[in-house]
Ligand binder design. Structure first.
Ligand SMILES: Cc1cc2nc3c(=O)[nH]c(=O)nc-3n(C[C@H](O)[C@H](O)[C@H](O)COP(=O)(O)OP(=O)(O)OC[C@H]3O[C@@H](n4cnc5c(N)ncnc54)[C@H](O)[C@@H]3O)c2cc1C
Length: 469
């Protein structure tokens, strides 16, 4: 069966891949000239890559890891030591580590927390451990119920000292959804903690060995095309056309290069657009339907991804770092962590600037100046004295509406991949799946969507056969 899919981010690509595996013909339309959506990347005039976001893969990403295996590209993930490393603002230039020993979960996590004495006192660790007991015992149901509370509210309800938030969770909350613990739903943090504490390698991190469009998205496209599917770039979905019964009649696709619009007819239709852009295309006739009305409550959060190329090495750490600085979230020296970006003599720091609400409209120069001020605190030795690090060049990528902002109450707004419209389906990290707004969430949503399309087309085939008799 022909399935028209709009959007070649990870959700749309994965959906097309699994549909092709099931014998269907996916026809994928991407608005831009680059694959990957929020994992898109480009080369500058000197051939250096810059990305929409610094992306980390976790051991707790079963669907993503399975995808890598199915494509035969698992060697492209560069796994790092099983640790979490935080800058220590009170002792500039030093790091505090949580090192997970090679023991089963949750013993390895508990050992990592107990061994770290820089950030939390014994009594803070104990009160946090006790607070987590309901989440561990009651599992996902409890985690979902906690969506009524922000993370700060949840900590207070468990009598966990505010300092635990300041020391650890501002950094984690900014890394997970680019917002602070006062805003983020406690479901997000509890979901991550549950995965990290319950799976031995859940919090183990990997970097892709190069730019995602080439190293991850292109192999998915090759796979889709090898099975007869199609991928069209520069082809935005402009309009969803309806039949009299409000089912989808066709997609109007603009071919940007030709300046003309085509009507694409298929057996089933998928939107794998980000929620903010999909909302703009919802046909008038669907606007009263609860599934689509609820999407009004989901909105992308702003974030800024920064690349700084220096004339010398600033660090030798082959890992993700939690900056614990007011303006920055996580960062990494990509000249060490990523094979294709390797440089033995000079650092390329990729940093996530968050929360970005007050900065997204500021000039690149102002953002870089503020970032450099933060970096001087993190690496004081490199920015004082005679042999100071010099910034050679920079790139600032702003995403005003990135992943949906996971504030309390959002869980009940997230739609299923199957919609009330019989032949129309949704994929995307914002749709309901247990991995929230992440690459794993996008991949899982694509896979779930493909399954639901497959069930629908099977029924359609049965009905057509019956009618033919
Ligand atoms: C700065 C940053 C850092 C991140 N870090 C991590 C991380 O470390 N780990 C992690 O797991 N996740 C991370 N994420 C989240 C992750 O990137 C996303 O959750 C995931 O990539 C979303 O995939 P998606 O397919 O749902 O949506 P998108 O990637 O947004 O894909 C949607 C696609 O639809 C296309 N499109 C839009 N309009 C149209 C149209 N009209 N017609 C056709 N196509 C259209 C877009 O161009 C895009 O290609 C990060 C995100 C950002 C922004």
């Amino acid at each position: 069966m022909r399935v028209a899919i709009a959007g070649a981010g990870l959700a749309g690509l994965t959906c097309a891949k699994y549909l092709a595996d099931q014998g269907h013909t996916p026809i994928l339309f991407e608005a831009r000239d680059v694959l990957g959506g929020k994992v898109a990347a480009w080369k500058d005039e000197e051939g250096d890559w810059y990305e929409t976001g610094l992306h980390i893969f976790f051991g707790a990403y079963p669907n993503m890891l399975q995808l890598f295996e199915e494509l035969g590209i698992q060697d492209r993930l560069q796994w790092k030591s099983h640790s979490m490393i935080f800058n220590q603002p009170e002792e500039p230039g030093t790091y505090s580590r949580f090192d997970f020993p090679d023991l089963p979960a949750p013993i390895n996590g508990i050992a990592a927390i107990l061994k770290n004495n820089d950030m939390l006192t014994i009594s803070e660790k104990l009160s946090f451990g006790v607070g987590l007991i309901p989440a561990m015992l009651r599992g996902q149901k409890y985690v979902e119920e906690c969506d009524s509370l922000s993370w700060s509210e949840w900590l207070r309800a468990q009598n966990i000292p505010e300092r635990v938030n300041d020391e650890v969770f501002i950094a984690m909350s900014k890394a997970l959804n680019f917002i602070n613990p006062d805003e983020i739903s406690s479901t997000v943090l509890l979901t991550a903690l549950n995965r990290f504490l319950q799976e031995k390698n859940g919090s183990k991190m990997a970097f892709l060995d190069g730019a995602p469009p080439e190293r991850l998205c292109q192999p998915i496209v090759d796979h889709i095309q090898s099975l007869g599917g199609e991928v069209h770039m520069n082809s935005p979905l402009k309009k969803i056309n309806l039949n009299d019964d409000s089912s989808v009649k066709s997609f109007s696709i603009m071919q940007t290069s030709l300046g003309e619009s085509n009507e694409i007819i298929a057996d089933a239709y998928v939107s794998a657009l980000p929620v903010d852009l999909f909302k703009l295309l919802i046909p008038q006739e669907w606007k009263g339907i609860d599934t689509f009305k609820k999407l009004d409550g989901l909105r992308g959060v702003p974030v800024i991804n920064i690349h700084l190329w220096f004339n010398k090495k600033l660090t030798d750490i082959d890992h993700l770092l939690f900056s614990r600085s007011p303006l920055l979230s996580v960062y990494a020296d990509m000249s060490i962590t990523c094979k294709e970006y390797e440089d033995p003599n000079r650092s390329m720091l990729e940093l996530v600037f968050a929360p970005a609400k007050d900065w997204i409209n500021k000039s690149e120069e102002a953002i870089i100046e503020a970032t450099m001020e933060e970096l001087k605190k993190l690496f004081p030795d490199h920015f004082t004295g005679n042999d100071q690090a010099v910034l050679r060049k920079y790139k600032v990528i702003k995403t005003p509406l990135s992943v949906y902002k996971s504030t309390p109450g959002c869980q009940k707004l997230r739609p299923d991949q199957k919609t009330p419209i019989t032949n129309f389906f949704l994929a995307g990290d914002y749709t309901m799946q247990r991995y929230l707004a992440s690459m794993e969430g996008a991949v899982l949503s694509g896979k779930l969507c493909a399954d639901k399309v497959n069930q629908y087309t099977k029924k359609l085939l049965e009905t057509n056969q019956k009618n033919a008799l």
